[in-house]
Design a protein around this ligand. Sequence first.
Ligand code: SAM
Length: 174
Amino acid sequence: MLEIGFGTGLNFILTAGLANQHQTVIDYVAIEYNLPPAELITGLLQNNAPQHSTLINTLGKLIATETSSVPFSFNEFITLTLRLENALQAALPKASFDAIYLDAFSSKNNPELWTANYLQSLHDALDNNGILTTYSVNRSFKDALTEAGFDWKKHKGPPGKREVITARRYPQRN
Ligand SMILES: C[S@@+](CC[C@H](N)C(=O)[O-])C[C@H]1O[C@@H](n2cnc3c(N)ncnc32)[C@H](O)[C@@H]1O
């Protein structure tokens, strides 16, 4: 699992909580170039996802003490690799992720992460049938997804988001 834009880690904590609940192994790689301080992250997460306080405390300790991008195991299910770098320059392994959260700022604020060119690099990082998901549904972004080779669909969003998109990598043809 890859996330572009770790921010305050809410996506990570909610995903890790589900991995625990379903006893599913998750290898989460997140890229972030402006990581907020540990106290800010844990404070916000404790407010927004208090049911995951054990995970939040562990994440807070990790961020306060360790900023290298070494995989860190929370338990037998959850591993987090936090890569503190600019996503635009971050080398991504090919065909390696089942899912990607594209959660950078909006296409208005940092358009460079929403172009067909950048989406193509995310497409290549996904495994066959891997899925990218994001909250941007504007016309130019959907066109860029199509150009990058994704098969996308709109869905009703969670509270606070009218719509979200899932975009599937086409299986490679031999
Ligand atoms: C909407 S917030 C992410 C929220 C986060 N996913 C969460 O669940 O709390 C967007 C994040 O993307 C990061 N970001 C924006 N452009 C980036 C880039 N080029 N490289 C790495 N991180 C970037 C910002 O620093 C910010 O933290």
